[in-house]
Design a protein around this ligand. Structure first.
Ligand code: PLP
Length: 447
């Protein structure tokens, strides 16, 4: 018996609770049901095709059904799907850790696996806190950035700053110090003073509280879920310098920016920044399987070394930590970066993106186009001259994305910011087509 669109839609609406979704709207609507995919296109159960314009939520790198990654997973399946990393080692987990140590900035050499970006952040926070305890210091506070997003588990939410997602849970969260992330377009003052304003706020917190602060956590170069907010040049380096000067650990969350998204392997590479702890997930397996990593410096790792009875162990782990299928997919993805010279192609094809975005920027209701590599946010405004935003009830971003879907591309908005994050392996011709759908959707819906 083959199940039809209507059969699956009925099952879905009866039993699946979708993430970040008002289920009352969902059950009233008609879902797209994905059946398969090829390259940068998703195919639904009715046979309709859509460009995967947000890389299946910022994950996908080489496209779908990549022969090399498919084969790596199948080969691993012929060996073993999963055995625990508690008390046992395994082949792909060891090989991948060595590869990550090689690729990440010099000094980051120790890899702690988990299954999602949120978990990689929880681990970073717990490690930073325990690191200071092990060194005989009580440092229980973290510095976070305004509008930060680090995931949806409670620790990650504590380190986050997006009111819509986070304010409901306020009573459950640990206290933090908050520093504004530079957002020149919405800065109350001259745009070129925005970064200095943010750094002054950080300096004040460090002057008053550095001895209580375990770490500063930041999305390097691009604040993703906030709506693709981009740091001015030199800002990340300035954060690193302040962390070094004040002895606070620098935690960079590269869950969204990692693995080529910004045009370099990691966002930190653009400014030669070496954090104490780096979190990775999303693109790690090329968008195939759930795997995350928290990568630390030798200094952090070594603080946890001691005789068993000293109780310096990092008591943390998950059932699927270091899963072999996931690690095999990640190894195959990273190998493809090399064999397909992917970063060079990303930087070549960036010209196509830049050109099309320059045209989109001319639309009457486009306030600002923000782009770095294959990360783009297009902020829609009711009035360009006053920068007056659309009312959130208008769901302008949703309407643009609905139109894009009708025209053959899946994209998702963040409020009134339309996000475009195609797979890194998209060709210039594919990018051109995706961007023309985007352009048309924005013009039709906003004009
Ligand atoms: C998506 C994201 C996370 C959370 O990752 P999940 O795998 O969804 O838990 C954390 N940090 C950043 C910067 C992200 O973009």
């Amino acid at each position: 018996m083959t199940l039809t669109h209507d059969d699956i839609a009925a099952l879905d609406k009866r039993c699946v609770w979708h993430p970040f979704t008002q289920m009352q709207d969902w059950t009233a609507g008609d879902p797209v049901i994905i059946e398969r995919a090829q390259g940068v296109r998703l195919v639904d159960i009715r046979g309709d095709e859509y460009y995967d314009g947000v890389s299946s939520l910022w994950l996908n790198i080489h496209g779908h059904r990549v022969p090399e990654i498919d084969a790596a997973i199948r080969d691993q399946l012929d060996q073993v799907a999963h055995s625990t990393l508690l008390g046992l080692a395994n082949i792909p987990a060891a090989r991948l850790a060595a590869k990550l140590a090689e690729l990440t900035p010099a000094g980051l050499d120790h890899v702690f696996y988990s299954d999602s970006g949120s978990e990689s952040v929880e681990i970073a926070l717990k490690m930073a806190y325990q690191y200071w305890r092990l060194r005989g210091q009580e440092r229980s506070r973290f510095i976070k950035m305004t509008n930060a997003y680090h995931g949806d588990t409670i620790g990650a939410v504590s380190a986050g700053g997006i009111d819509l997602f986070h304010s409901t849970y306020r009573d459950l969260l640990f206290p933090t110090f908050e520093v504004p992330y530079p957002y020149p377009y919405r800065f109350d003052g001259p745009a070129d003073e925005c970064a200095a304003h943010c750094l002054a706020a950080l300096d004040q917190i460090l002057a008053d509280h550095a001895a209580d602060v375990a770490g500063l956590i930041v999305e390097p170069l691009v604040q993703g879920a906030a709506g693709m907010i981009m740091m001015p040049e030199g800002f990340l380096k300035a954060l690193e310098q302040r962390c070094r000067d004040s002895g606070v650990l620098l935690i960079t969350d590269e869950v969204a920016t990692g693995f080529g998204r910004t045009g370099r392997m990691f966002a930190c590479d653009h400014e030669d920044v070496c954090p104490d702890i780096m979190t990775l997930a999303k693109g790690l397996t090329g968008g195939y399987l759930p795997l995350a990593a928290t990568v630390t410096s030798g200094a952090v790792f070594e603080a946890f070394l001691g005789e068993y009875n000293e109780q310096k162990t990092f008591f943390h782990g998950h059932s699927y930590t270091g899963n072999q299928l996931c690690c095999a997919a990640a190894l195959a993805s990273l190998e493809l970066f090399e064999t397909s010279d992917l970063l060079a192609r990303v930087n070549e094809n960036h010209a196509t993106i830049r050109q099309a975005l320059a045209e989109i920027a001319e639309c009457e209701h486009v306030g600002e186009v923000r782009n770095r590599g294959f990360m783009t946010g297009i902020e829609l405004v009711r009035d360009r001259s006053t920068r007056e935003p659309y009312a959130w009830q208008e769901q302008i971003g949703v309407k643009v994305c609905d139109r894009s879907r009708e025209l053959g591309m899946i994209v998702r908005p963040l409020g009134h910011v339309v996000i475009f994050m195609p797979p890194l392996a998209s060709t210039a011709a594919e990018l051109q087509e995706m961007l023309s759908i985007l352009h048309r959707s924005i013009s039709e819906v906003t004009e």
